[in-house]
Design a protein around this ligand. Structure first.
Ligand SMILES: [Zn+2]
Length: 208
């Protein structure tokens, strides 16, 4: 069973208040229960990537929630209005049997396809333990994950387990005024809430 040390987890976890699910090495595995019933119950955000610089000199790409719904005109979101691309971000919430913690895990469409394959047999994922196995050495960009229902394990009741609130932590949640300030100055106004001790200073220009 993998040991997961969240003090070591990548920079994204800084100050977001959420634990990340992580399997470090090839063949590491963990037993989990998802906290979403089905694929319609997933946390999917439409975000812009913004470059945020912190007091310690590090800069990070963060996700910023787009202000637009599908049918809203472009000018509802200052970044869309300026031609900034947005992309969907899928975050899975899960309960890790290994250390009894709630964690989040960012996955792509491919992983969802795998889960979709189980949805007929298991209409409510929260009631089924799954074993997740890493296929890929540490650092391998082509790492994939195998997901297998763990029918030999008794599920725990996760009904009362709270799902992490991702908006305003992992996903920056800013007002239109704050986004305009970012566009003008390269930094969001400090409000002391979601960014804690971190401060955005400049925005780096990005291409691609
Ligand atoms: Zn937008």
């Amino acid at each position: 069973m993998a040991r997961i040390n969240f003090n070591e987890v990548d920079s994204y976890s800084n100050n977001t208040g959420n634990d990340w699910f992580k399997l470090q090495n090839n063949n590491d595995s963990a037993l989990v229960q998802f906290l979403f019933k089905d694929l319609d119950d997933l946390d999917i955000f439409s975000v812009h990537e913004v470059e945020v610089k912190y007091k310690n000199g590090q800069s990070k790409t963060r996700f910023l929630d787009c202000k637009r719904n599908y049918d809203d005109p472009l000018d509802v979101c200052p970044l869309c209005e300026r031609g900034s691309q947005r992309k969907p971000v899928i975050i899975l919430s899960l309960y890790d049997h290994t250390d009894k913690k709630v964690k989040i895990w960012q996955r792509g469409k491919k992983f969802l396809e795998t889960l979709k394959g189980y949805s007929t047999q298991y209409p409510d994922f929260t009631k089924v333990p799954f074993r997740i196995i890493r296929n890929g050495a540490k650092g391998d960009q082509n790492t994939t994950y195998t997901v297998i229902p763990a029918t030999d394990v008794t599920p725990i009741n996760v009904e009362d387990v709270e799902r992490p609130n991702l908006l305003g932590s992992f996903i920056l949640d800013k007002t239109v005024d704050e986004i305009n300030t970012y566009i003008d100055t390269g930094a969001f106004p400090e409000n002391g809430s979601e960014d804690n001790t971190e401060q955005q200073v400049t925005r780096r220009s990005r291409r691609g």
